[in-house]
Design a binder for this molecule. Structure first.
Ligand code: RB5
Length: 144
């Protein structure tokens, strides 16, 4: 599995934490930026990460901005992307089980390092339930 990960400046520090976690689990990742805490525009990084997942270059994506809101909005504008903004472990499990989310968004200014790691773990380790949820995710995928 390859994870594409990206952030703006608001998510730059948390991205380092998540990359360390992925390394410890020996999960491959590609970091699509940003590469410093200098102010940048989150749509650029949300789009780049989403396109990596949508094209199949990466299996899943993780995006981080200050709140996770802007960068998740950007990611969800790319066809084939279902990006869930998660602020709890329960949300991370449910966005995999019910939404078959292929991208996780988090807020670097709103989520502690410890919680973000637990959210990432739940996201990566939870399977889609399919069934009635597949009909709904198909409807989402038909929208763009
Ligand atoms: C950048 O200041 C901030 O607006 C961004 O990181 C994010 O929180 C937007 O949703």
């Amino acid at each position: 599995m390859i994870i594409a990960i990206a952030s703006d400046h608001g998510g730059f520090e948390l991205k380092k934490v998540i990359k360390q976690y992925l390394s410890e689990r020996k999960i491959k990742y590609v970091d699509l930026g940003t590469h410093s805490s200098e102010s940048v525009d989150y749509p650029i990084y949300g789009k780049a990460c989403a396109e990596s997942v949508a094209s199949g270059r990466a299996d899943m994506g993780i995006v981080i901005c200050g709140t996770g809101i802007g960068i998740s909005i950007a990611a969800n504008k790319v066809k084939g992307i279902r990006c869930g903004l998660c602020t709890s472990v329960e949300m991370a499990k449910l966005t995999r089980q019910h939404n078959n989310a292929n991208m996780l968004a988090m807020g670097g200014r709103t989520t502690s390092d410890e919680l973000a790691i637990a959210i990432t773990e739940a996201f990566l380790d939870t399977e889609f339930e399919g069934g009635r949820h597949k009909r709904r995710t198909d409807m989402l995928d038909d929208m763009i």
